[in-house]
Each structure stands twice: as structure tokens, then as C-alpha cells.
Design a binder for this molecule. Structure first.
Ligand SMILES: [Zn+2]
Length: 424
């Protein structure tokens, strides 16, 4: 079979998968094809050495758009127990700029909502308690909810009470029956991760006091598309929200999007403020009007995304190939989800990339999913001085380039792949 025949049949399969897919928000059947990244391993499922010879599970990673409620979404739902199981290694506390961002959010909520010792702040997917800790320090009672056992345990250790479970309508009802209702519900990068979107939103509605506020953050679909951030698409991220699609979703559960704030985190996110009464701010009306203007609710906005993604995949692959052919040594920085997607999408395996360094000590000695590149400590860059390092968490470029000033001073160069491949 020649290349063209293969890609034609892949396209047919993708189109058919989209035609059969049911929208995660409005139940419409038949999504519009946007991007097909092919078969990918779960992005956070790093491997031990002895697992390298075993067959690795991969799943289709493809994206469709719902013209009815404007939600961009991936088609495949991988069992969350598989994605976020006992080997799930994402600890939020490893990025200082993210910690600072969360602290500012906590202090802002305490002040604006007048939170005190009689309030309750609940966080969904509270990870290792890094955010709620800021409320605890100010004497505001909290409850974290997180399904990852190691992270929940780490949170308890720093004094953040944590329920080790997936948040659901059932969990919300149980808490409500115990007399717990929340003044503030925080969910950072969680709504996009859950398969049972409606169960979670209904659970939020149940758990929230009538006067309470929900503050959830999610990567913004406009930043994803405009800046070609395709490596933020992975099996854990089921939905790619806009204000328009969040507004749709919340209304189905008697909740109202009243305000929103664009944030630089994760390559561009939005914090949505949602309440039980409808009182949209002027700011929200303006942001919604902007979305209408760029056509976020229409297919043409998404139509050249796939070809722009293809350019990055190819350019990165060719650049590293050329450097290797010239005898240069190439490593990578950042063994997180984005890195998995970028390395796999550009076909960069252990033959082109010698190793990936990461600050997370739990990952050292493990291997990247799919491409099987070994993960080592960050100090390796200075000891070893490879010629080039592919900077995979480009959203932390500034922080990482600053940390690596010495490596760069000695002549080391970074390759940043997004929004377009460049050497710095
Ligand atoms: Zn829909």
C-alpha cells in the first residue's frame, strides 16, 4: 500500500469516527473532523525499564467540533482508571510559576468573597494540595477531592484534608447529606478531563451554596487554535472550551457563566466564574462578543488547524534529523504530557533524542511513553552539555531558559516547537 492510499484510508476512518461521535455537551450526533493525531499512548503513562519490551497500549487521538454547541472535543474516551492509576505521576508542586499563580487566585477569592473560618472551599482534582494550602494558612476550611492516591496522600501530609476519589454527582450528594456545601468550588484543569461532564457539572450545582461561586480554569480553545498548541491535546483532555461552549454547558444545569478572565497559564487559559444567579458582567459580554466575531462557534475557524499542526511536526522532525546527521547531540527538557505528544507526533524516539530531563524526581529512571526516551535529572544538561535541547513545556520557556542560563552560556541551544519551531 503506498503512502497516499494509507492516508486516504486513515482520513476515511477519521471521518467515519466523527460522523458517529456524540457531542460530550449537547448530545448531537455527528461532529465535524478537525485534527487526527493518529494512535498515541496515554501522555502521562511513563514506563519502567522492564516495561519497554511489553506491548504498549495506544489509543486514537482525534478531535472533532460540534457545530451545535461550539465544543471542540476528542473522540476517544480512555478509561480514567487507566489514565490516572497508581502510576500517575503529575505533581503540581514542581512548577514555581504555577504555584504563584494558584496562590494569587486563592488570595483574590478570600478577599472578594469575604471567606473566613465559617466558609468552605472545595477543590476538584486538588492534586497534592498546593492550592488549598493557601486557604488553610488563612484559616479558611477546605476539602480537596482527588482520585490519584499518591497526590491525595501528599496533600494530607501538608494539612489539606483530601477525599481520595473521582468527583461525581454521587460524591456531591454524599457531602451535601453530611451538611457540607461550598462557598467556593475550584476546579483547575479538571472539567476538561472528565468523561462524565454532566455528572460533574450537576455535582457542582448540588454542592454549591445558593450564594456560592465556581471558579474553574481550563485551557482556552482560542489559544490552542491560534497558537497551534496541538501538544496540549491528549487523552486526559476531553474538551477544549470557549466561553460560548461553557455558557451552553452551564445553562443545562441551572448555572450561569457571569464573568471570565483570560490567563497566560498553560499557553493560554480562561478562568470562568459561575454562579446560580444570572448576572453577566460587561467584561463577559465583551468576551462573548469577541468569540462571535472570530467565529468560535463555526467550523471555518478550525479548518486550517490540522495543516498548521502538520507544519510543526514536519519542521521539528526535519530539524532534529538534520542536526543528528551533522553529528550534533540532542536532548529534551520536560517529561510531561505535552512532551509525550510532541515527541511522538514528530517521531522523535531514543535514536534522535538521547534523554529527557525533568525536575520531578519521581520520574527519574523512567521512560517516555511511545518513544521510550529515558528521563534523567535536570543537572545532566550541565554535566553532559548536549548541543541542543528540545524545550517541550514551551509554556514555561521563560522560567526554564532562565534556570538554564549556564547551559546556554556554555553554548547550549534550545529548540522551542510552539507556536512555530525556532532555536533560541
Ligand atoms: Zn454539542
Amino acid at each position: 500500500m503506498d503512502q497516499e492510499t494509507i492516508s486516504q484510508s486513515d482520513t476515511d476512518v477519521f471521518n467515519e469516527r466523527c460522523a458517529k461521535a456524540r457531542c460530550r455537551c449537547c448530545d448531537t450526533v455527528g461532529l465535524k473532523p478537525v485534527l487526527d493525531l493518529g494512535m498515541m499512548p496515554p501522555s502521562d503513562r511513563i514506563l519502567k525499564k522492564e516495561q519497554l519490551d511489553e506491548e504498549e497500549r495506544k489509543f486514537p487521538l482525534d478531535v472533532g467540533f460540534c457545530p451545535d454547541c461550539a465544543l471542540l472535543q476528542i473522540l476517544e474516551t480512555v478509561d480514567p482508571k487507566f489514565l490516572f492509576g497508581p502510576d500517575y505521576m503529575y505533581f503540581s508542586s514542581f512548577s514555581q510559576s504555577w504555584l504563584d499563580h494558584c496562590r494569587a487566585n486563592a488570595l483574590d477569592l478570600i478577599e472578594k468573597r469575604g471567606l473566613d473560618g465559617s466558609s468552605l472551599v472545595v477543590e476538584l482534582a486538588s492534586n497534592d494540595g498546593y492550592l488549598l494550602k493557601n486557604f488553610v494558612e488563612k484559616g479558611v476550611p477546605v476539602l480537596g477531592i482527588d482520585p490519584a492516591p499518591r497526590q491525595a496522600e501528599a496533600a494530607e501530609k501538608i494539612g489539606v484534608p483530601t477525599l481520595n476519589d473521582f468527583f461525581s454527582l454521587e460524591v456531591a450528594e454524599k457531602l451535601t447529606a453530611e451538611g457540607k456545601q461550598a462557598d467556593v468550588i475550584i476546579g483547575n484543569n479538571v472539567l476538561a478531563h472528565v468523561a462524565d461532564t454532566h455528572g460533574v457539572v450537576e455535582g457542582i450545582a448540588r454542592l454549591l451554596k445558593p450564594t456560592g461561586v465556581v471558579a474553574i480554569e481550563a485551557p482556552y480553545v482560542r489559544d490552542l487554535v491560534d497558537h497551534c498548541e496541538f501538544d496540549t491535546i491528549y487523552h486526559e483532555h476531553l474538551c477544549y472550551f470557549s466561553l460560548t461552549s461553557i455558557d451552553h454547558l452551564m445553562r443545562r444545569h441551572g448555572l450561569y457563566l457571569n464573568d471570565a478572565k483570560r490567563l497566560p497559564t498553560h499557553g493560554g487559559s480562561v478562568r470562568y466564574y459561575i454562579e446560580k444567579v444570572e448576572r453577566p458582567t460587561e467584561n463577559l459580554k465583551k468576551l462573548l462578543a469577541e468569540e462571535k466575531e472570530v467565529g468560535i462557534d463555526k467550523l471555518p475557524y478550525y479548518q486550517d488547524f490540522a495543516s498548521r499542526v502538520q507544519v510543526i511536526r514536519q519542521e521539528l522532525s526535519e530539524l532534529v534529523g538534520k542536526l543528528r546527521a551533522d553529528g550534533k547531540r540532542v536532548a529534551a527538557y520536560g517529561a510531561a504530557a505535552k512532551g509525550t505528544i510532541m515527541l511522538n507526533a514528530a517521531g522523535l524516539n531514543s535514536e534522535s533524542i538521547e534523554y529527557v530531563v525533568d525536575r520531578n524526581v519521581h520520574k527519574h529512571g523512567w521512560f517516555m511513553p511511545g518513544v521510550h526516551v529515558e528521563i534523567l535529572e535536570v543537572e545532566k544538561l550541565l554535566e553532559d552539555q548536549p548541543d541542543y535541547v528540545v524545550l517541550l513545556p514551551w509554556n514555561f520557556s521563560e522560567e526554564i531558559l532562565e534556570q538554564q542560563a549556564e547551559y546556554r552560556k556554555r553554548g547550549g541551544k534550545f529548540i522551542v516547537p510552539v507556536p512555530s519551531v525556532r532555536i533560541v
